[in-house]
Each structure stands twice: as C-alpha cells, then as structure tokens.
Design a protein around this ligand. Sequence first.
Ligand code: LRH
Ligand code: MN
Ligand code: MN
Length: 388
Amino acid sequence: MTTLSPDVQSQLAAQGIELPSWAFGNSGTRFKVFTTPGTPRDPFEKIADAAEVNRVTALAPSVALHIPWDKVDDYAGLRSYAQDLGVELGTINSNTFQDDDYKFGALTHEDAAVRRKAIDHHLECIDIMDATGSRDLKIWLAEGSNYPGQADLRGRQDRLHESLQEIYARLTGEQRLVLEYKFFEPSFYHTDVPDWGTSYVQVSALGERALVCLDTGHHAPGTNIEFIVMQLLRLGKLGSFDFNSRFYADDDLIVGAADPFQLFRILFEVIRGGGLNNPDVAFMLDQCHNVEKKIPGQIRSVLNVQEMTARALLVDTDALRAAQIAGDVLAANAVFNDAFYTDVRPALAEWRESRGLPADPMAAFAASGYQEKIEAERVGGVQAGWGA
Ligand code: LRH
Ligand code: MN
Ligand code: MN
C-alpha cells in the first residue's frame, strides 16, 4: 500500500474546501427540475446539511451563500447557527441574473438607473459580508449579447470598470472581490467577462484585493485550464476556484467525475505555484446535484479533491525536474503519470481513521440515519431550489 509521508499528511490535514449552499437545493436543467425528499427549505437547513459533509470528512469548514437565494433577516444569527454546527459562513455570491431589469445587462447596462440598482445589490452583499464575517465577494455576471451589433462591446467594458470601482471602494479590511469569468451562457454571441484575461484586466485596474475566480466549467472544450492556473498564480491574481466537472458545457457535475486527470493536473499546478493551503486561494465547489442525492454528492466531491491532491503531492518533483532538464520527454511524462496512477484510497482511509474520522465517509453518512431523518422531517413548506 502507498504510504503518505508526514509532509503529505500535514498538507492534507490543512485542506479546506468551501461548499456552495445551492448544492443542497433542488436543481435541474431548463427541461426539468427533479425534487428530492429531504431537500432544505431555508438557508438554515442548507447549512445543517453542509455541516454533515464536514462532520464525516473534516474537509468542508465553510459554506458559501448566494444572495438573494439565501436571504435571511438575521445574518449574525445564521452565522452563529453555522458556528454551532462547526462551520463558518464563507463567500458571498451576488446575483444579477434573475431580475427582469437585467435583461440587457446589470453592471454594464446602458441605463444608469439599472447600473445603480446592480451596484446597490453588491453594496448590500458587502453589508451581509460584514455581518457574516465573510472575506470574499464573488461576482459572476450573466451579461452579454446574442447578436452581432446588438451591444456596444467597448462601452460595456468601460461601464463595467466604473461599476466595479464603486463596489471595490466599499470593501474594508481583509475583504476581497473575486471576478468570475465564463465564456458563454446565458449569452451566446458575446459575454462581458468571458475569459481569465478580461477578468485579470478588470481586477488589476481595481487594486490588490481584487482577484480572479476560476470556475473549472467555464472554458471552451479542450482549454488547458492548468496553464491558466499556473499563470494566475504566477501573477498573484488567483483568488478562488469554483470546482466542478463537465463533459459538454457548464455541466456543474461532481468535481473529478468527468476528468480526474484534469483535476490532478490542476492540483499539480496549484501545488507548484504555492496555492495549496494558501489562504489567498480559496477552494470552493460550484456544483448542482440534479439526479443524485445532494449530501452524498458533496461528500464524494470533497473526497475527490482530497484524493487528487494526495496524488498530486506524490509527484517526485526532483525526478521530474531532472528529466525535464535532461530533455527526457518520456521519463518526465512517466514520473508525472506514476503519481496520477497511484491508488491512494487505502492510505487515505487508514489516515482518516488515525485522525478519528470515518475511513469511509460515504458509508458513515449512509449509516448515520441523517438522510432518513431529514426526509421524514422536512415535509411541507417550499423546498429550496437553484433560485429560491
Ligand atoms: C455561473 C456560476 C456562478 C453562479 C453559479 C450559480 O454559471 O458558475 O458561479 O454564481 O453558477
Ligand atoms: Mn461558478
Ligand atoms: Mn457556472
């Protein structure tokens, strides 16, 4: 059995992955949302479910909120509720994609009144951050156009800069702004923040506490995502990850499910660039569980990240460098792949047990009775969904 060195163990022990509150709500496609029994009815129940993931894995110490989906009257109360369950409230995600006023843009809109409304929403999100103790404001913008000629591409970049400047100016202390890019959807011709370069240009114009968020599902097929990870780390501008996996578009499937090798390659560059367990780089999931159970789906996800981190930590970097310097292409590739093909699951199970955690968190959750309990208890009321 592969053994995990004390150094690898301590790096794994320090790992924390933030869960998205919306992963616990019902979600689906534009064709159908399948509801599941036991789905949370409010933000408190989402946090209770997230805390279960952390309880069996010790890998998920915080939960991201999406506003207004997770709007409550008392954010300080939500924070202490989370803390009582052993988790913190994390990133606050703004939402300017479900309001009729934003049909033709929000922060980029031609109409100053619409921009004002969108900026005010972000200022409200920062008020919430003050109450929840959250560090990061994550902005993903659904803005763009469908037809050539529809929009003034240049003017929209200028307005985006002005709007972001006003939001950025409201941040205090350790608070940060992370700007997420996505190459298409819901717009199909142009998107105002389509790629890491645009996000980088916009955040660089704001200041040090503005960074890029990389969602692994937001690139054209075939994009070398680990190269982007390397470059952003090199520039000191990788603020956070939204992890998920995809076969076709922004599928939001379980991270590591579609392409474990890609996850391994990304984590290798994270480690190489000093991004692992670096507080400046937030690890988050951004996923939806359309057909599988949500809590086990999240447990599987954080375990996948842990497993690929362990494998990436096993790369013999001395041997790799020697082969690279010698120009030994196949030896370098073999060193890299040796780590990827190493089955670390038995070693991870043993290591978890040595820390008082379940060797098999999936089985431990299934045996806990929690799923049956919420299915029995959470009847009536409106189940939370992606967008509620
Ligand atoms: C956009 C996105 C963004 C949103 C989330 C629900 O596709 O990745 O992060 O906030 O989905
Ligand atoms: Mn995302
Ligand atoms: Mn997405």
